[in-house]
Design a protein around this ligand. Sequence first.
Ligand code: S3P
Length: 433
Amino acid sequence: MDKKITKAKSIKGTLRVPSDKSISHRSVILSSISDGTSIIKNYLKAGDTLTTVDVYRKLGVKIDEEKGLFFVHGVGLKGLKEPEDVLYMGNSGTTTRLTLGVLAGQNIFATLTGDNSLRKRPMKRVLLPLKNMGANVDGRNKGEFLPVAIRGGSLRGIEFFNEKASAQVKSALLLAGLNANRKTTIIEPVMSRDHTERMLKAMGANIKTEFDEGGYRVHLFPSDKLNPIDIDVPADPSSAAFFVAAAVLVPNSEILLKDVLINPTRDGFFRKLKEMGANIEYTNHREQNGEPVADILAKYSPDLKAISVEKREIPSMIDELPLLALVATQAEGETVIKGAEELRVKESDRIKAVVENLKQIGVKVEELPDGMIIKGKQKIKGGIVDSFHDHRIAMAFSILALISEEGIEIKNADCASISYPEFYQHLESLIEK
Ligand code: S3P
């Protein structure tokens, strides 16, 4: 499906965007290996997180949905069943990498594959440390790509330096570490999202986190069991980001986004926008299941200034960088994003996707190997862009379309449903033409 979005007069309203994708994945994965029944409220029902439910059902976990709640009947740390067929992971890197960590400690055999995009994404970053822990695992192209086959077994705890600050790799090793013979330690030069650590703590795992001159450290000691949890998943800051950006860019706009996760490993985009001079405020600050949550009020901000984004800032805004680049086209001065080479191995090569699309709609931008340079105060003429089958690219360009002269048509726009099935309806409901 292609979608054309045209200029808006303003964006106004109150919205609760869908629930957080990272926390939703983890809630099903961790409760699947707990001892007992967990109840998940506000689970994200989108492409990727429904893939996770499907995969854990195929691994023998009973998961029921009733009146909007998900009941996950955990099978214990080593209780997963050997799947009868290849596990299909769709578009979901998080499901794949975290599940490899879980499978590494199970006495079963499994094969994993995914869609065109996922089969091109790097897996060695998880396979290598899991092999070091003692798992039998290999994949296409010397273990770099799916399909991957894994036979779990006895694991030893390792110390791992998470150079790319990948939360998926960290989480995979922590999940494997639950079934290891001794302590697993992960060291991160820059802390990546810590939802797995927070949830493991809440479920009674023996886990310690600390900061020192080397960065952030997590120590996980093997466990006999995880306790089930009841969890209410907050709204996804990565989805809220699109409407915050819309309010900031479109004249006369004001929007209130409810119940948004503002974990400091995730809210870098909002902090960066404030640094640019955007009118954004957190209200009704509170804690929900060990995670900080707030409502976000965002208003039209005509005096944005260019900024530079440094490597250490990248993890807290990794999924929002394409959107940040688009906002930067409206800021005074030149915005430089560097140290973001990880963007090249997301659902698409997001540096290439942003640069090619911006050029298509008449915007000047310079591509760097690890980022881009964006000139500010540019007119957005409009035209046709490609989503590259990447949900975040489709949604980011839909937002830029709101300030375009001739509108922007997005090819294959329906991929937004990977994280946000209601995106276009929500956008429509907030636009004043
Ligand atoms: C995620 C971690 C990040 C992020 C992805 C979700 C997670 O990926 O980009 O959308 O839930 O752990 P990396 O671990 O590859 O940095």
